[in-house]
Design a protein around this ligand. Sequence first.
Ligand code: ACO
Length: 401
Amino acid sequence: DVIEVSALTGNGYFTYDPGFVSTAACESKITYIDGDKGVLLHGGYPIEQLAEHSDYLETCYLLLYGALPDAEQKDKFVSKVRMHTMVNDQMSTFFKGFRRDAHPMAIMCGVVGALSAFYHDSLDIKDEKHREISAIRLIAKMPTLAAMTYKYTIGQPFMYPQNHLSYSENFLHMMFGNPCEQDKVNPVLAKAMDKVFLLHADHEQNASTSTVRLAGSTGANPFACISAGIAALWGPSHGGANEAVLDMLSEIGDASRIDEFVARAKDKDDPFRLMGFGHRVYKNFDPRAKVMKQAADEVLAELGLENDPLLAIAKRLEQIALEDQYFIDRKLYPNVDFYSGIILKAIGIPTSMFTVIFALGRTPGWIAHWNEMISGSYRIGRPRQLYTGPAQRDFVPLDKR
Ligand code: ACO
């Protein structure tokens, strides 16, 4: 059938690969994944080592520039990010157009895309310096916009960024701080937050990054491209899974109902899936999930939440799935979203903000891929299709149909 259609279109052969399971769309030097062995490297460095010895902003630098910074380069990069944490004051007017009960991801799609209305120099994508400043702007402003989104949805005043704080401390300050008080951010929670961001920083050609590249291949500006990435991330099969995990745990409600939900996940007539399990590429334990699980244990211990009923359901579910033949046969392991949801809930971040946190963490990956593409040679992304509609036929006037 494929050959027949190719012949019809006169364009020779093309591959038909739904879901791009075995099609590479680009070359990239940024991130390497071996899904069978459970390996993830950024710039050649294992994610476990980065999570233990590096921090989020240093990993951002690695993704953007392809090498770890020396002390001076790191200082310079961190201060550049600090200099750009504010957003234009007119942004607050922009927020007012949204309903207070809007989903935070709906607001994020809008406000991140709207940055292109404020930084005209960033629209010049041919200039390397302009691309660099766009990357810095995005990394610096995402926490501010994410926290503004949260504050808007709960009707509280926006918090200004505090640039003496670290990236993660500042984010937690803008999320939970009180403008009338000098807030102290719990260092254990700030460290866990930094790890959540770092573990989400990049994951090669996933759906949202591919979306950013595809949008970017038309020459669209970086803010528009990242907004497209945020839209792609929102779905429950991708970044929306961390929110879906917590919704699922609430729906299960009690450990006595776990078996019922596991049975539903195995039932092919039931569309229900166990959220937070399975991955397109990892057919082994996701290395990020291992680190995230350890971070989750540390946060729960710090907050004395080891006996939280929802988290107890999560632990039991994880154990059952790891022992169940259905999950073993299909190599369905708990993924990074399973544990990140647990950490975020423990920190006090509302479920509807979970995917926003993922978007924030993934921003350096998106912008690094966009920049890698634009700075090399590329063609507009234009997949083909396998046409299955009617053959050519003559138009029938309305009175003859
Ligand atoms: N629960 C139950 N069964 C599952 C699950 C699950 N979570 N995931 C996959 N399966 C089953 C499928 O039904 C299929 O079974 P079959 O072979 O008997 O038909 C088999 O495992 C393979 O599944 P596919 O859908 O072919 O796998 P694919 O690679 O297309 O999907 C995905 C991967 C989307 C992540 C899927 O596992 C899923 O929906 N998981 C739940 C959502 C989730 O956690 N997403 C987060 C992904 S990680 C991230 O974005 C950072």
